[in-house]
Design a protein around this ligand. Structure first.
Ligand code: C5P
Length: 221
């Protein structure tokens, strides 16, 4: 029996990739599986939280008991987050792999192959930084981000914590093939303003339980 210490709390979690339209049939996206975000939602629900899971397109089933909002683009994800936190949430976790860029202007019609050219140029513009926007708007009491890095993991994660105005950042080294993207296992370092904690490598499900515990304790302090 899991302790029910999150009863009455609202946790909002983003998960999966975003999908940015190029035209009606093509898109820009990434390999995020959604596993970490879905596991966090499951762990928070198990402890009694009311969970809104805002998810990009993934191949996994929604956790029982979550309010799930399916989105595609980063713009849609941001709008869904703001809608879900009109009343300030207790915890926001940004586990989604948000595309950094979107088309400056997605085409209304399918782009035609031009027979006279071997090259085309797509103009991309930056997507909104969802978690930084939510932090600025104080949409949640505690905001938790992820940092997928391939080098200087701790250092880059720390600067991300500051720059985005977060309370906790969960850093992982995505250059390792055995953890991270689309793997069932993960190993992370959890960083706050004054603490650094590296739990052992374990399944995303087990890790999610430990992370929810850490986040819950952090909200108490
Ligand atoms: O800047 P970077 O993409 O490395 O930051 C990762 C963290 O920021 C994750 O928590 C991710 O969900 C969030 N993020 C976001 N909106 C973006 C880019 C990243 O919320 N446009």
């Amino acid at each position: 029996q899991v302790k029910q210490d999150l009863v009455g709390q609202h946790w909002v979690i983003t998960a999966g990739p975003t999908m940015e339209a190029i035209d009606p049939v093509r898109f820009i996206s990434n390999h995020s599986s959604g596993k970490m975000g879905y596991a966090l939602a499951t762990a928070a629900i198990a402890r009694g939280a009311t969970v809104t899971l805002i998810s990009g397109p993934v191949q996994i089933t929604a956790p029982a008991g979550a309010k799930i909002i399916l989105v595609k683009s980063a713009d849609e994800m941001l709008a869904a987050c703001e809608q879900s936190m009109i009343t300030q949430a207790d915890v926001f976790i940004g586990a989604a792999a948000v595309a950094d860029f979107k088309m400056k202007a997605a085409c209304d019609q399918k782009m035609k192959k031009q027979s006279d050219t071997d090259e085309i140029t797509l103009t991309l513009v930056k997507n909104p930084d969802i978690i930084a926007t939510l932090a600025q708007q104080k949409r949640a009491k505690t905001l938790v981000g992820f940092a997928a890095e391939t080098q200087n993991v701790i250092e880059y994660a720390k600067s991300k914590l500051e720059r985005k105005g977060l309370d906790i950042i969960i850093a992982n080294d995505v250059s390792r093939a055995d953890i991270g993207f689309n793997q069932d296992d993960n190993q992370v370092t959890v960083i706050t303003k004054d603490k650094t904690w590296s739990p052992d490598k374990t399944t995303k499900n087990a890790l999610a339980g430990q992370l929810v515990e850490f986040i819950q304790q952090q909200t108490q302090s």
